[in-house]
Ligand binder design. Sequence first.
Ligand SMILES: O=C(O)CCC(=O)C(=O)O
Length: 263
Amino acid sequence: MSLEDLRRQFLTDGYCYIRDFIRTDEVQRICAAVERDVWAHNQLERPTGYVPGFLRFNQDFAPYITADPLKALVESFFGPHYRISMVSGIVNGAGIPRGLIHSDWPYNQKSAAHIPPPYPDAVLHIVTMWMLTDFTVENGGTVVVPGSHKKPCHPLPGGEYDPAEPYPGEARLTGKAGTIAVFDARLWHAVAPNVSGTDRVAVLVRFAPWWLNLDTLRPGTADHEDIVAANDGKDSIVPPLSREAFEKLPDNLKPLLRYSVVN
Ligand SMILES: O=C(O)CCC(=O)C(=O)O
């Protein structure tokens, strides 16, 4: 798919796929290493495996983060000075139930720091789901609602649509291991039940323009104190990268993460 086609699909549906992004002869090794490191550092309870700041523990997939056409696609929206806002390792283990439909940070209204509705009609934050196992309907390929990135807000409890219920016209992110799905953070999506009997393994890499304030995600900053902690707020937290972990990253990835290093 050309960059133009990727952009067109992203802008129309709220998401697009980059197929065969990770080389077939590497994806199994990366998958095994990611699954091992998610379970080793998991912050939640099985069957959910979730590790924020995942580059602290695993960098096997790191060389791909700056590869085209992903880089070209992100740059086409944000220009050359974009950043990586979050990198999470995730395993949706066999038996995981369906989750609530939501938009991602900074649109998720459950986060203490969020953009209030109606959402601006602009691409402000990009989410990429890296499929390290095949994603299928059975193993919980993510629920997405095509076109929902144009809506003013995601469903809220007690509102017009119950976020726990399937939404008419919803679809799934599916693809072969090595595919990545790229979506607008406004896109309505949800964890899908994994009824396959085997784990679904992925990494989520999110991209932000330089001008989007990421400090609410970073304990120790004034904005995290004022907006999140002071309100006893729930929010995503992105642990900083140590200097040692940062130095191991590929050189062309370092500029995207320099802002998050602690000495
Ligand atoms: O794991 C998935 O399929 C979806 C994850 C998700 O909804 C999220 O991280 O916001």
